[in-house]
Every structure is written in structure tokens, then in C-alpha cells.
Design a protein around this ligand. Structure first.
Ligand SMILES: [Zn+2]
Length: 261
């Protein structure tokens, strides 16, 4: 039997049997891993407040000789991210990002960049930064690290570079994964409208890194355009609609009815 130690973000927790918990974590060093926490539900002293959704923890786990799920032996809380569980608006976004990680990542394959991206996004959300802007950043880098970046540099049909294209509005071809200029847009073309300013901002994010995006400012129309576009692009390439969309859109509707969304 040998043991591993790492830091991790808790993505999912499922009750198992009468006493145990099965948790799926995004670990910094081993990627997405499901582990069992024995007696986590029977004794609150065993893992006090550590195995909560979205928490950042450090842990030691042992791998059983005969294979099977790693067993968590020790867990310590690094950051509780309690506001992400206590505020529906924040819960909705955090659930969406963790669902992408849960569904898209292969079990046991190290994905350090995605770990840092999720950690950055949850921290920014916890600190009160605009959830819609963090979500744009999360989705763009998540696609980039997964090798699925949308091509925003040229028209995907006539191949003319963005700076040489006429007009201020562009469409997008989800199947081709790229921008479509006004001249190439047909009646059946996608309804996603991206203005030149929005495209430039998305390109800037793609060309930079998390370190530089912290002070990024987005105007409201650019947020809306990017949101509609990315939340269509991702399900198209994922092959299905994330379950968390329903909840996220429900919360958005409540917010806009309340007049502050
Ligand atoms: Zn074109």
C-alpha cells in the first residue's frame, strides 16, 4: 500500500452506505480522482468541515493493494469557500464550472493548468468579482487547455483575417468552430452575433494568461455577447447541455426580474 498527498478542490460528494462518503476531487497533482472517506458521515470529528462542496483541501490518501478507490486518511481545510455554498448566484456559477471539469476531464490524468484555473475562478467568485466575467475567462481557458479554442482570428469560410474583414458584427459557425464574416453569412448561419470589440477582447484573453486578466474590464454588451456565444459553443462540443444550465438560467431570470441582473 502506498500513499499520496496533494491539494484538491472538492467537485462532488455522494453518500455511500451508512457511514461513508465518496468524493470526486480535482487534485493538483493527479487530476480528477474519486476517493472514499470512511466514516465521514458517522463521525463528524473524522473530517470536521473539510469535505464540503467547492472546498480547497490538502489530503493524504492510500491506494489499496488490490486496486479500487483511494481511501482518504487525512484531510485539512485550506480554504472553505463558504460563500460559494451560501449564495445561490455564486453556487450556480461554481456548479457550472465544476460540472465542466467533472464531465470533460479524464479520471486520473494530471491537469495542473485546469486545477489552477478552477482555483483562480472560485477565489475570484468568493472575493466578489463579477461572476459573468469570471465565467467568460473560465470557459475560454478551459477550452484552450482542452484543445478546443474557438477560432476568432479569421473568417472560418473565406479565411480572411479579422483586421481585414469589413463590418463591425460577425457570426459564428459552431460546427467549424470559427468566426463567420458578413459576406459569408447565409440565412442558415448561426444567430450568434459578436461585435468587433467583443472578438478583440476574447482574443486578448486567449493570448494572455490568468496573471494578466485580473484587471480586465468588460462592458455589459460584450459580457452578454460572450456569454451567449460561449454557452452555445461549449454544449455543442460537449455533445450535450450541462445540467447546471437550468439552475444558472433560473437564477439569472430571478436576478433580472429583481432588476439587478
Ligand atoms: Zn468570410
Amino acid at each position: 500500500m502506498f500513499s499520496i498527498s496533494t491539494v484538491a478542490i472538492l467537485l462532488r460528494r455522494i453518500e455511500y452506505g451508512d457511514h461513508d462518503l465518496i468524493v470526486t476531487l480535482l487534485t493538483r497533482d493527479y487530476g480528477k480522482v474519486s476517493m472514499i472517506a470512511k466514516f465521514a458521515r458517522k463521525s463528524r470529528k473524522r473530517f470536521p468541515g473539510t469535505l464540503e462542496l467547492f472546498s480547497k483541501i490538502s489530503l493524504v490518501a492510500t491506494l489499496p493493494k488490490k486496486g479500487g478507490m483511494p481511501v482518504i486518511k487525512e484531510a485539512a481545510l485550506k480554504h472553505p469557500f463558504a460563500s460559494l455554498r451560501g449564495n445561490l448566484w455564486k453556487t450556480a456559477y461554481a456548479s457550472y464550472w465544476t460540472e465542466l471539469v467533472l464531465t470533460w476531464l479524464e479520471e486520473g490524468k494530471a491537469q495542473e493548468k485546469i486545477y489552477h484555473l478552477l482555483k483562480y475562478s472560485l477565489e475570484a467568485l468568493d472575493n466578489g468579482q463579477c461572476p459573468a466575467v469570471i465565467s467568460i475567462i473560465f470557459q475560454l481557458y478551459f477550452l484552450q487547455f482542452s484543445g478546443l479554442s474557438p477560432n476568432l482570428k479569421q473568417c472560418s469560410r473565406c479565411q480572411i483575417a479579422l483586421e481585414k474583414l469589413p463590418g463591425e458584427k460577425f457570426g459564428f459557425d459552431l460546427a467549424k468552430g470559427g468566426l463567420v464574416c458578413q459576406g459569408c453569412l447565409t440565412d442558415k448561419s448561426s444567430p450568434y452575433q459578436l461585435s468587433r470589440g467583443t472578438v478583440k477582447q476574447l482574443l486578448w484573453i486567449q493570448a494572455n494568461s490568468l496573471k494578466n486578466v485580473k484587471r480586465l474590464k468588460f462592458a455589459a454588451p460584450a459580457i452578454k455577447e460572450s456569454q451567449v456565444f460561449l454557452e452555445a459553443f461549449i454544449p455543442y462540443h460537449l455533445g450535450r447541455e450541462p445540467k447546471s444550465f437550468k439552475f444558472l438560467n433560473h437564477i439569472r431570470n430571478l436576478k433580472s426580474k429583481a432588476g439587478n441582473g
